[in-house]
Ligand binder design. Structure first.
Ligand code: ATP
Length: 518
């Protein structure tokens, strides 16, 4: 097992051991790619959602939030293009019997084989030439690099065309020509590539105006609930363009190749915002949201773990698209997508429903279908990024003068599930009662945890592993002078402070306002 694979396994085990995430239906041997959030997981998830909602809806006067239903009229998915085009191209290896997304196999080949080779040569040369290194000149003249750049371009051109033309035979041919082998069996014994629609369907009786009687889809994205409510929201809130509608909710995709814990699930949650703008201004707003969303991530995630990745293949609705990628334990992968969706969705709904979905622009004195810039992030992927970034195993001094390993989740205090643990040093001498009194002062403002079992050292370690930013210890001195010790999770330093100062201090250090106002 590679080091990164090892780390990922540890994170998954940690999530289970500390009540963050459980396999769904575990007592029945589990349901693949479906997960349940435990007590700490539910708190962290709620905090992530609150951080997004406050930053997007509350902090922006021109963004409002909605909560639309999961069930929607089936024609919505016809108009949006999901019935015809929401497919993954799948290919099986006949020897390992494993199934892969053909597009992912090709993209990984390009990234790992061609781009990596080019970058290796460039890095070598940069080192050799030092300050006088001219990357552009080197890339356009070094024969090995030129050959690989040319090869990459050829593959990408074929790939882009095959995806655009829905040409499954060509996708397979690219895999054959590039000699891509299955990472498990090591063979190139592939089946044909087939399109597989990702929407789950169910039944509902009496759906008015439906072509296919009673077939209903579970929504694969929350965005369409926003589009079909565009005019309802605009009229009732009297918003003027540009303005946004945000929503957080469940989405469902029948992901066949789902092997990365909560990174790719069949039931997941999205936080999406559609920003409606005048046609022609969409690129300005696309750049604006690209920068704003990265800033939101930077508040809780180190810069070097985040990067932009421009799309090579644009979805059928987009004229520009970028991903914000996070360095997960298995490499840089999409965390959030920012798309310029043109007027595709509103126009399609207008055509299929026969209802006008236009905005009357007072200044221009005309009606038009607005353009849309979308920001779309998975709550669960954000959760995984927070946990993977926070999980650390550290060597720390122990009580006997040696060192020991502590496992700590240094989750940003504003997102941490529990803000403060209230711990009587001993379970006697009135210390539990004094602790409960402090707990009663704090618990309506802060999520607190009380524990009086085990030694104080063990309790600190447990709180470190859960990610609690502060521990308050109540000892005999507390009974004399009302002071307690306040221990900081990251530095492990303790300070003695008056119990009346606790609420303000911990509230200030764990407040989400710090993240949003900054
Ligand atoms: P991918 O290429 O990884 O399949 P996507 O481009 O299809 O993702 P979008 O349709 O843009 O994803 O969805 C927006 C966001 O929703 C993604 O950035 C991701 O955070 C989240 N998301 C999408 N699919 C899943 C899934 N199966 N499980 C968890 N989160 C998901």
């Amino acid at each position: 097992m590679s080091q990164t694979g090892d780390q990922f396994k540890k994170i998954i085990a940690h999530c289970k051991e500390y009540g963050y995430i459980f396999q769904s239906s575990e007592v029945y041997d589990g349901l693949a790619a479906v997960y349940d959030y435990g007590p700490y997981g539910a708190e962290l998830k709620n905090n992530i959602k609150a951080y997004w909602w406050k930053a997007m809806v509350h902090a922006n006067e021109n963004i409002v939030g909605i909560d639309s239903a999961i069930f929607m009229h089936p024609k919505i998915w016809k108009a949006s293009g999901h019935v015809d085009a929401f497919n993954d191209p799948l290919i099986d290896n006949k020897d390992s019997k494993k199934r892969y997304r053909a597009d992912t196999l090709i993209e990984e080949y390009v990234e790992k084989k061609l781009t990596a080779k080019i970058e290796k040569e460039v890095a070598k040369a940069a080192k050799r030439f030092g300050d006088s290194f001219d990357r552009e000149q080197f890339v356009s003249t070094n024969p090995r690099v030129v050959a690989n750049v040319e090869k990459r371009k050829k593959v990408m051109d074929r790939f882009t065309a095959a995806m655009a033309n829905n040409d499954m035979a060509e996708l397979k041919q690219i895999i054959i020509d590039a000699e891509i082998s299955d990472p498990i069996s090591g063979t190139k014994n592939w089946t044909d590539v087939r399109q597989f629609n990702l929407m789950f369907s169910t039944q509902m009786s009496n759906i008015a105006g439906s072509e296919d009687d009673s077939k209903l889809y579970l929504r694969p994205e929350t965005a369409q609930g926003i589009f079909v409510n565009f005019l309802n929201v605009q009229k009732t809130t009297r918003q003027k363009l540009p303005f946004g509608i945000a929503q957080i909710g469940k989405a469902f995709r029948n992901e066949i190749v789902a092997r990365q814990f909560i990174f790719r699930m069949k039931e997941f949650e999205q936080m999406e915002m559609q920003f409606f703008v005048a046609p022609g201004t969409e690129m300005k707003w696309y750049e604006h949201w690209k920068a704003e969303r990265l800033k939101w991530h930077h508040q809780v995630t180190p810069n070097e773990k985040l990067r932009y990745h421009d799309h090579d293949n644009l979805a059928h609705y987009a004229n520009a698209a970028v991903d914000i990628e996070f360095e997960f334990p298995f490499g840089f992968k999409e965390l959030e997508g920012i798309h310029s969706r043109t007027d595709f969705d509103l126009r399609s709904h207008q055509e299929l429903s026969g209802r006008k979905l236009q905005y009357f622009d007072n200044e221009k004195n005309e009606s038009y279908v607005p353009y849309v810039v979308e920001t779309s992030i998975g709550v669960d992927r954000m959760f995984l990024s927070v946990i993977s970034n926070a999980f650390k195993e550290e060597e720390v001094p122990d009580a006997k003068g040696g060192t020991s390993t502590r496992t700590v989740l240094n989750i940003h205090p504003a997102l941490a599930p529990v803000k403060v643990a209230v711990l009587p040093l001993l379970k006697k001498d009135g210390l539990p009662e004094a602790s409960r009194a402090i707990m009663d002062e704090l618990k309506y403002d802060l999520n607190c945890f009380y524990e009086d079992k085990d030694t104080i050292g063990k309790r600190y370690r447990r709180q470190d592993a859960v990610g609690t930013p502060f521990c308050i210890t109540i000892d005999h001195q507390t009974l004399e002078d009302d002071t307690v010790t306040l221990r900081d999770r990251d530095s492990m330093k303790q300070e003695r402070i008056n119990k009346n100062a606790l609420l303000d201090k911990v509230k200030a250090a764990t407040s989400m306002i710090n993240l949003i106002k900054a």
